[in-house]
Design a binder for this molecule. Structure first.
Ligand SMILES: Nc1ncnc2c1ncn2[C@@H]1O[C@H](COP(=O)(O)OP(=O)(O)OP(=O)(O)O)[C@@H](O)[C@H]1O
Length: 246
């Protein structure tokens, strides 16, 4: 069997005496769209930052296909794209220069970048602004630009931290379509979100974190069927139980 696109084993991260992520196991297969849910401070961003190689784990391993992120960072980093919750945009570049810059880092020619990026920019209605400085974009426009730039190299795995925050409803719907198409093409996506309805509709698998620990995992439908609750009720009940220790 080919290795999972992403395999996370016993991942933990402490900050001083506080454990932000506590012994998490995850895997992503081709076509899978996984939603990371959890209340504020549950450890979602810390997990994603470790998966993106921006934060070193205290323990555990992260593998992209056959490549360990710790041991073969260059090979592993070629296989994923990362969209941060605060878009990572270079302020003095125009939107188009930014997309070209990121695509160029992965070795694509200007023509290839245009062929891959332009249709996505059109779908997000970014073409009229594409030659304006990206730091003059709204938050939502920056978020869409950051996503397009990360899709140019067609990563095996896309990591996106709260990708729909700040997007208008039409853009959020378009992003969901793009995510679905990307997964249908055999890639995988891990997103964090507070939008339980969106997670229920969009994700094949959801993982609920609380206080750094994985407290539930499964398809949204299976979780709901087993619990006899809506995803929202289940989420509230499980995270409340964690808070009260019951
Ligand atoms: N650099 C850091 N130094 C110290 N503590 C940190 C650091 N980064 C995160 N934490 C702590 O780790 C815990 C998890 O934070 P994290 O940002 O991963 O949560 P989250 O689930 O993404 O929350 P939110 O939904 O509010 O974005 C929190 O208690 C946070 O204060």
């Amino acid at each position: 069997m080919p290795p999972a696109l992403l395999q996370v084993s016993h991942l933990s991260r402490t900050f001083g005496t506080m454990t932000a992520v506590d012994d998490i196991n995850l895997s992503l297969e081709p076509g899978q769209l996984l939603g990371l849910l959890g209340p504020n401070g549950a450890g979602k961003s810390t997990t994603i930052r470790m998966l993106a190689g921006l934060l070193e784990p205290s323990s555990g391993t992260i593998r992209y296909q056959e490549w360990s992120l710790a041991e073969h960072p260059t090979e592993a980093k070629r296989l994923f794209g990362y969209v941060a919750d605060q878009p990572l945009i270079f302020p003095l570049l125009t939107g188009w220069e930014y997309v070209q810059f990121v695509g160029g880092l992965y070795g694509f020619s200007s023509d290839e970048i245009k062929r891959k990026a332009w249709p996505l920019l059109e779908r997000f209605h970014l073409i009229p602004a594409i030659h304006r400085r990206a730091d003059h974009y709204s938050h939502g426009m920056q978020q869409k630009l950051a996503l397009v730039a990360q899709l140019v190299h067609e990563p095996q795995v896309l990591l996106a931290d709260e990708p729909t925050v700040g997007l208008d409803p039409a853009s959020a719907a378009e992003m969901s379509h793009i995510f679905r198409e990307f997964c249908q093409a055999g890639h995988a996506i891990l997103i964090s979100t507070h939008l339980l309805n969106m997670a229920q509709e969009l994700c094949d698998t959801v993982v609920i974190l609380s206080k750094g620990r994985l407290i539930a995992e499964g398809s949204p439908q299976a979780l709901v069927d087993n619990a006899g609750d809506s995803l929202q009720e289940l989420f509230l009940r499980l995270t409340r139980e964690e808070d009260t220790g019951s």
